[in-house]
Design a protein around this ligand. Structure first.
Ligand code: ATP
Length: 354
């Protein structure tokens, strides 16, 4: 059933501040609750109108909200309130200020496996909360793993835009998510399950330890091929300081059959996360992540992102020039009229997945 959202003006209760992020159909801004003085994040999701392709479908927004309302865990973003206007739905979310976990790590000079496994353990605890509620996130990737703030190093999983309830009777299949992080069943359009998230945890851990992406090919097709063929290895070049325990943890996740893949409880009990013998603890203590290659990975990622923005701006300015030239030839259309239509789409694409 459709959930009703608050229709009163958001501005009555919140003072809206700066932009702090954006996604495909959403802009996230700081929001100050006037009464309590507490800061939140307001996620403005544009609603799809009629048969257009811009904006999120009503049912998708409803799903995201109903899932967020079920969840309540320190490692999962909390939803406090929902407003609605004619053009958008506004989620009042817990504010996170520590940025993406991967950005935080790339600023460090050293990271031991001990700390790395503590971060993965937090991700797993968040995922366990979802999975205990039969919810699959289906878009676990570095961009969606944030730090509440820089001092506590507390992880928050965000962006439940693709999350689904896995109920058993419904067969969910979809080709979605970011190529590098998706499981074989996503690529081959087979049934998705909670195990689909666990594969992504494996990819995230692999990258965190080595700065290399396990299945990334030169193009999307090659990446998909590598995933379905489970074509990966622990190259000595990147994994020379990695413990065998960490590799074993990853190997238990890169399993083609979802039913045979390690579950979130298996992972939380894995000796890399919870050492059972002193020797396991010692091995983990002496291993380190490949911070130099990790920094290089993040630099490449930022470079790719900025190239996307540059090429998009080029396309936009070309289209403006084209419009201008057609305007002077015939119909009247000022540049000012174009602005509101063009600016949001720059925001849309700048955070596009790589
Ligand atoms: P996508 O198109 O990637 O699926 P989306 O439109 O669903 O994204 P989100 O990923 O939820 O939007 O949010 C977009 C960006 O806004 C995030 O990448 C993050 O940088 C920022 N953001 C989201 N939620 C919060 C929050 N609670 N606090 C601070 N920043 C946030």
């Amino acid at each position: 059933d459709a959930i009703a959202f608050k229709r009163e003006p958001l501005e009555e209760s919140y003072e809206i501040g700066d932009d702090i992020g954006s996604g495909h159909f959403a802009v996230v801004r700081r929001a100050l609750h006037k009464k309590s003085g507490e800061a939140f994040a307001a996620k403005f999701i544009r609603k799809r109108r009629g048969g257009g392709r811009k904006g999120a479908k009503a049912e998708d927004i409803q799903r995201e909200v109903s899932i967020l309302r079920l969840l309540d865990h320190e490692n999962v973003i909390r939803l406090y309130d929902v407003y609605e206007t004619g053009i958008e739905v506004i989620l009042i979310l817990e504010l996170v200020t520590g940025g993406e976990l991967f950005d935080y790590i790339s600023e460090k000079d050293h990271l031991g496996e001990e700390e790395a496994s503590a971060f993965i353990a937090q991700i797993l605890r968040g995922v366990k909360h979802l999975h205990d509620h039969n919810i699959a996130h289906l878009d676990l990737k570095p961009e969606n793993i944030m730090l509440r703030n820089r001092s506590t190093q507390s992880i928050k999983l965000i962006d439940f835009g693709l999350a689904q309830r896995i109920q058993g009777k419904e067969d969910i299949r979809a080709l979605m998510g970011t190529a590098e992080f998706v499981a074989p069943e996503v690529v081959s359009y087979e049934t998705l399950s909670l195990a689909t998230d666990m594969w992504s945890v494996g990819v995230i851990t692999y990258i965190l330890l080595s700065g290399a992406s396990p299945f990334l090919g030169d193009n999307q097709q090659e990446t998909y091929h590598n995933i379905t063929a489970i074509n990966f290895q622990f190259d000595e070049e990147y994994f020379s300081n990695t413990s065998e325990l960490a590799k074993d943890f990853i190997e238990k996740l890169f399993v083609k059959m979802p039913k045979k893949r390690a579950t979130v409880d298996d992972c939380l009990n894995h000796p890399w996360i919870r050492p059972k013998e002193p020797l396991e603890l010692i091995k983990r203590q002496s291993a380190v992540i490949n911070i130099d290659n990790f920094k290089a990975f993040m630099a490449r990622k930022r470079w790719k992102q900025s190239m996307r923005v540059v090429s998009l701006c080029n396309r936009l300015s070309k289209s403006i020039l084209l419009r201008k030239s057609t305007d002077t030839m015939g119909s009247r259309n000022t540049l000012d009229e174009d602005k509101p239509k063009l600016l949001p789409s720059v925001r849309d694409q700048s955070h596009e997945s790589l």
